[in-house]
Design a protein around this ligand. Structure first.
Ligand SMILES: *Cc1c(COP(=O)(O)O)cnc(C)c1O
Ligand SMILES: [Zn+2]
Length: 449
């Protein structure tokens, strides 16, 4: 494809309620038309990430729009024209479960579980990717591309398949094989980058620039946080337009955290909510850039940007990021909401997988269960009050990579129930085995919490 083919067919923000965008570093304001030409503030290279602004008064009458499927019911506050085609895969409006067993075990008022394992490609990333492919179509760009630790790639590849677009993916060669298989099934062109996610990101950025591909890269593309904010709308609407006291989510690049903050802030601006929940970004101990930055007191954009990348390594592959791309917005989200960054070990994360599955039947990948691990850790630090209502955002399905949780299943808590028994194909042998198991009346207990 030549670069000229990639030129925008039409201004993609006309017909939306987008009023402009603001640089998160210098605060410079841009009009909506600027977003069709560029993604970032020219003053700071690719770090000059923008925050999209809306005409809230005009949008309010169409928020929500119950006739629109899935998260498109919130499209008045999404950066896409009202009539632009969207992918047919039903995205968003995932279940919000109450988990009374967890609330009891954790000694707080209520616990909700936002189940984003139920997205079309199995992760929260679909909220951003459905918008990316719709924007690419609106702009007349035939090829969409992203770097990813796996899930953003699957989301883009699935959405692109549904929109009949060409999809190019850059993942670190260490990406779990089942996640790569998902990409190939959708027909994506996959580059296995011999390097880290951070290096795959740079390679993708450079390729998009030269080839004119639609760049879905997290944070750099300010529309991705906009798609992700839909989860905040759904949580609030699911609670009859109340907001939880605290929200926990596994954090790598920080774009989900930024999106949640944007969503709850939008609701306050619209007058649909009175306060923003305390936002807790949960990081793996081996990929804790934002925890470190928090502890070092780097609260301003300039201080966060001045921190050098770390070498990241964790079993929770989806939150492995040595240089969180949305670190400025993520730090702002946590500071303005009076939340925290919480550090948890891989052991705590893996142990949370079966605990969550047994508490409410939601089977998460490690990065998804990190929300629960962070909640347990924060409660132990005294950060959760008995009157608090807590929401855990479960961002990815355990079916993505079941091998990742095998290690967790040997821990002492999980051995108290369930398990495999070898048995001959004979009813008497089965009865004999059953009598030794005494499984009746056994319910999940959460003694390890
Ligand atoms: C991407 C992802 C995260 C983290 O989101 P960031 O925006 O990178 O912080 C958490 N969990 C899962 C399953 C993910 O795919
Ligand atoms: Zn700027």
């Amino acid at each position: 494809m030549s670069a000229s083919q990639a030129v925008a067919a039409s201004p993609s923000f006309i017909g939306s309620f987008v009023s402009g965008a603001r640089c998160v570093i210098c605060g410079r304001r841009f009009d909506a038309a600027y977003l069709d030409k560029a993604c970032v503030c020219p003053g700071h290279g690719d770090e000059g990430i923008l925050d999209i602004e809306y005409d809230y008064q005009a949008a309010s009458a169409r928020f929500p729009a119950p006739d629109q499927p899935g998260l498109w019911r919130y499209r008045a506050l999404l950066p896409l024209p009202w009539t632009a085609p969207v992918p047919p895969l039903l995205t968003g409006m995932t279940p919000l479960y109450e988990a009374p067993a967890l609330a009891r075990a954790m000694n707080c008022a209520k616990v909700f579980v936002k189940d984003d394992t139920r997205q079309p490609t199995g992760s929260f990333k679909d909220r951003a990717s459905c918008l990316a492919v719709a924007l690419a179509r609106a702009q007349g760009v035939p090829v969409v591309a992203t770097a990813s630790t796996g899930n953003a790639a699957a989301a883009l590849a699935g959405m692109a398949a549904a929109m009949r677009q060409t999809c190019v993916i850059f993942v670190p060669a260490s990406a779990p094989a089942p996640k790569v298989a998902q990409l190939l099934a959708y027909g994506a062109y996959v580059f296995l980058v011999r390097g880290s996610y951070d290096q795959a990101f740079e390679l993708c950025m450079e390729a998009c620039r030269r080839k004119g591909w639609y760049n879905r890269n997290t944070a750099y593309n300010p529309c991705m946080a906009e798609g992700k904010k839909s989860a905040a709308f759904e949580i609030a609407e699911g609670m009859d337009w109340h907001t939880p006291d605290a929200v926990f989510v596994g954090t790598g690049d920080g774009c989900i955290l930024a999106g949640l903050h944007k969503g709850f802030s939008d609701l306050v601006r619209l007058g649909r909510a009175t306060r923003i929940p305390r936002l807790y970004g949960v990081q793996a101990a081996g990929s804790d850039f934002l925890c470190q930055a928090w502890e070092e007191g780097r609260r301003t954009a300039h201080a966060v940007l001045a921190k050098t990348p770390i070498a990241a390594r964790t079993a929770a592959d989806s939150i492995c990021a040595g240089l969180p791309r949305d670190r400025v917005k993520a730090m702002r989200a946590v500071c303005e909401s009076r939340g925290r960054f919480v550090r948890v070990s891989d052991t705590e994360i893996l142990a949370a997988v079966p605990v969550l599955a047994r508490a409410c039947g939601v089977f998460a990948e490690p990065a998804g269960a990190a929300a629960l691990a962070g909640f347990v850790n924060a409660a132990r630090q005294g950060l959760i009050a008995p009157a608090d209502t807590v929401c855990l955002v479960v961002t990815g399905s355990g079916l993505k990579d079941p091998d990742a949780v095998t290690a967790a299943l040997s821990s002492s808590e999980t051995s108290t129930m369930g398990g495999t028994v070898s048995v001959d194909p004979d009813p008497a042998a089965l009865d004999d085995a059953l009598s030794r198991l005494c499984l009746e009346g056994k319910h999940p207990s959460f003694s390890s919490l």
